[in-house]
Design a protein around this ligand. Structure first.
Ligand code: GLP
Length: 244
C-alpha cells in the first residue's frame, strides 16, 4: 500500500482530485466507486471546480456509490442520493443513466435491490477505481466491524457508534438503523482503491487499519489485501511520525 501524507485537508482534496482527473484522461469511460461523508467533500468541490473550468469532462464516466441508508425516501435531506446531487452530480456532467446509488427507499425489496446492485457493478465490467473513506470504528462503506471479508452488496445493521454519529445530522428524527452497502469483497475487486482520511480523530484507526493485522474486526484493514491501494492522508490523520 502506498501512503501519501499531504500537509492539510485542502491538499488531500486536491491530490485526490488530480488522481481522478488523470484516471479519467487515461480512460474517459472510467467506472468509479464513490463515497459520502465529510471526508470527500473537498474532493467533490475540486472536481466541480475543474469541471466548471472546462478541464474535466465526466460525460462518459459511470459511478457506483458505496452505500445508502435504508428506509429514507431518495429526496430526504440526509439520503446519500441528496448528498451526491448537492455535492457532485447536480454540478457536473455525469449522464443520469450512468449514476448508480443503491435504492434504500421505503417499500423497496432491499435484498433484491442489493443483489441487483452487485450484478449491475459486474455487468458494467467492475470498478476501475474505488474511492473510500474510513469510519471512526474502522468501517468502510457501511461494512461495520465483524463484516466478512468475502461479503457482497447486502443489507446491514449499522453499529451503535455509526447510528450515534448519523443522529447528529438527523436532529429530532431517528437516524436509520440499517443500510445497503457494497460488500468488502465487492470493493476489493476494484482495480485500484484510494483511501481518504483526514483529521486527528482518525489517526488511531488509520494506523491500525494500515499497519495492524488484517482482521474482520477492523473492516478497513481488508485494504491490506489489495495490491493497488493508495492511502491519501492529511498530516493530522497520519499521526505525525507514525505513518508515511
Ligand atoms: C459514513 C459512510 C462511509 C464514510 C464514513 C466516514 O458512515 N458510510 O462511507 O467513509 O462514514 O465518514 P466521514 O468522512 O464523515 O468521517
Amino acid at each position: 500500500m502506498r501512503v501519501l501524507v499531504t500537509p492539510d485537508y485542502e491538499s488531500l482534496s486536491q491530490t485526490a482530485a488530480d488522481l481522478i482527473v488523470k484516471a479519467i484522461r487515461v480512460k474517459p469511460a472510467l467506472r468509479i466507486g464513490l463515497p459520502t461523508g465529510n471526508t470527500p467533500l473537498g474532493l467533490y468541490e475540486e472536481l466541480v471546480k475543474k469541471h466548471r473550468e472546462g478541464t474535466l469532462d465526466l460525460s462518459q464516466v459511470t459511478t457506483f456509490n458505496l452505500d445508502e441508508f435504508l428506509g429514507l425516501p431518495q429526496g430526504h435531506p440526509q439520503s446519500f442520493h441528496t448528498y451526491m446531487r448537492q455535492h457532485l452530480f447536480g454540478n457536473v456532467n455525469v449522464p443520469p443513466q450512468n449514476i448508480h446509488i443503491p435504492n434504500g427507499s421505503p417499500g423497496v425489496d432491499a435484498d433484491a435491490e442489493s443483489k441487483r446492485y452487485e450484478e449491475a457493478i459486474e455487468k458494467a465490467g467492475g470498478l476501475d477505481l474505488l474511492v473510500v473513506g474510513i469510519g471512526s470504528n474502522g468501517h468502510i462503506a457501511f461494512n461495520e466491524p465483524g463484516a466478512a471479508f468475502n461479503s457482497r452488496t447486502r443489507v446491514v445493521d449499522l453499529a451503535a457508534e455509526t447510528i450515534a454519529n448519523a443522529q447528529r445530522q438527523f436532529g429530532a428524527e431517528p437516524a436509520p438503523r440499517q443500510a445497503i452497502t457494497m460488500g468488502i469483497a465487492t470493493m476489493l475487486e476494484a482495480r485500484r482503491i484510494v483511501l481518504l482520511a483526514a483529521g486527528a480523530a482518525k489517526a488511531g484507526v488509520v494506523e491500525r487499519a494500515l499497519r495492524g493485522p488484517a482482521t474482520e474486526s477492523l473492516p478497513a484493514s481488508a485494504l491490506q489485501r489489495h495490491s493497488e491501494v493508495i492511502a491519501i492522508l492529511d498530516e493530522a490523520a497520519s499521526g505525525p511520525g507514525k505513518i508515511g
